[in-house]
Design a protein around this ligand. Sequence first.
Ligand code: FES
Ligand code: FES
Length: 167
Amino acid sequence: MQPEAVEMELRVNGSTEKVKVLPNQTLLEVLREKLGLTGVKEGCGEGACGACTVLVDGLPRRACLTLALEAEARPVVTVEGLGKRRGLSDLQEAFIEKGAIQCGFCTPGMLISAHHFLQQKENPSETEIRTQLGGHICRCTGYAKIVEAITFAALKLQEQKESSHAS
Ligand code: FES
Ligand code: FES
């Protein structure tokens, strides 16, 4: 027998949405199919590739392994919520500027993880950046440009902090 759908509230990218979900439905399915947030990608569907990474309560989570109901009333951020009010975030710009995107399938998950990482870590070393990318698979870029983009974004963030302290 099919389980019954229940209504829940999802707080995604600053908006609250009421959706009906099945108890066994993943956050990934609900974000993509009910809310149209197709920036969240399904790669492996089993927690191995990182393409579906979103923030839940400020922490990176694999949306393919998270039940939608687990995210009830907790803030969720997808790649669609990373940009500034008008346009892309500095990190997103850095990915473009450094050529860190080819097919782009891994990019949303990489951006979410890197965004979280740069909030925790100022001036990360290359090794630290590579370590934090450990749970993400990119089949196109060879990772070097992604590391370069994150390094560049970290420098930019640092400069912005210094100039805001100086002013
Ligand atoms: S689709 Fe979730 S980790 Fe691969
Ligand atoms: S850019 Fe294609 S998988 Fe990473």
